[in-house]
Write a protein that binds this ligand. Sequence first.
Ligand code: ZN
Length: 137
Amino acid sequence: MIREEAIKIPFQYAAGTAGSEFLINLRDHRQLTGSRCSDCERTLAPARAYCPDCGREGLHSVNIGPGAELVSWTIVPDKGVFALVRPDGADTAMLHKLLGPIDDPQPGIRLQVVFREERSGHINDIEGFAIVQENGE
Ligand SMILES: [Zn+2]
């Protein structure tokens, strides 16, 4: 006999140097941090300890955002809209929530990161990314 069940195993792991810097900058400075690979000449979002393309370590931290561009999205029933967003200054996209109202999202529309008032050094210190209206709001 085979029983099919899901096992929930809570765990904690170190965010690492780059991940910690990213989270601290969210919490303390409301700032998105990326990593610049001088070999590939690409800026990765969010910050990483090494370049996934060439393996280089010792990347330089750079500020990215707060503006961003919508790359792609999906609607998750009862959860909201999740999007791949490319922060300004970055060459890669990161996953987060797209804040509404959302009538007709299109790739390339302008977004702005929205931080929570209370932050704790967690990816959810970012509330999400809001669509920037044409009049700049
Ligand atoms: Zn690289």
